[in-house]
Design a protein around this ligand. Structure first.
Ligand code: 13P
Length: 247
């Protein structure tokens, strides 16, 4: 049985005060079991949030793939570990598009995260043109195979994949339940091709892209959709509580 996840990706939003306020407001109202409730916050406030978090769990949005060195402005895996976070988003489409996070970098980051006992939330997904020209499966196949090339792990619960169709991110245009299920099921098949069915059945696969309190129930009711990675709708405390209560 896969434990569902509701992860908020705050992106470049919330000051330290705003974020602490959020944690204090939501933490005692979240379901205590049955779902992992996570916020992926800006790196500079992670430690402050971990200190105050009880039910809610905290993740990072990015991490450098090197242990340390001359990488001005970057955050190392050890620095993330030091904050107490358990999760890190890898390969978000915004990082792929704006910061040249290509498949090789994504692959290196996944390996590095696992080496440091951080659970990677690996994002994949096609853009609008790729969907409209019938290339969704090709894109997912390429991204998954390259992302997980040579990646080994003991516990499949420590690896999370997020299907985030780029055309649905921040657009208000959510994938239909059928589209979300089709893609997440296909991702599971790809993972089964690499790791075998038993392992793939234990990996949590999330949907992300304009998920909100209105569509969350239908999306997460799909057999291969194990939760959500939510951007805009995760910023508001009441919305976040409602999203977590969908499980
Ligand atoms: P929105 O929920 O704002 O569409 O963002 C989705 C996303 O990119 C989560 O990582």
């Amino acid at each position: 049985m896969r434990k569902p996840i509701l992860a908020g990706n705050w992106k470049m939003n919330k000051t330290r005060d705003e974020a602490i306020q959020f944690i204090l407001q939501v933490d005692n109202k979240l379901p205590k079991s049955g779902v992992d409730c996570i916020v992926c916050a800006p790196a500079i406030i992670l430690r402050d949030l971990v200190k105050r978090a009880d039910t809610i769990q905290v993740g990072a949005q990015n991490m450098n793939e090197n242990d340390k060195g001359a990488y001005t402005g970057e955050i190392s895996p050890l620095m993330l570990k030091d904050t107490g976070v358990k999760y890190v988003i890898v390969g978000h489409s915004e990082r792929r598009a704006y910061y040249n996070e290509n498949d090789a970098v994504v692959n290196a980051k996944i390996k590095k995260a696992l080496e440091f006992d951080l659970k990677p939330i690996v994002c994949v997904g096609e853009n609008l043109e790729e969907r409209e020209t019938g290339k969704m499966q090709d894109v997912l196949k390429s991204e998954i195979n390259k992302a997980f090339d040579g990646v080994v792990f003991e516990d499949p619960a420590n690896v999370i994949v997020a299907y985030e169709p780029i055309w649905a991110i921040g657009t208000g245009k959510t994938a239909t339940t059928e589209q979300a299920e089709e893609a997440c099921k296909y991702i599971r098949e790809l993972l089964a091709g690499i790791y075998g069915v038993k392992t793939a059945d234990k990996i949590r696969i999330l949907y992300g892209g304009s998920m909100n309190t209105k569509n969350v129930n239908d999306l997460v009711a799909q057999p291969d959709v194990d939760g959500g990675l939510v951007g805009g709708a995760s910023l508001d405390a009441d919305n976040f509580i409602a999203l977590c209560k969908a499980f």
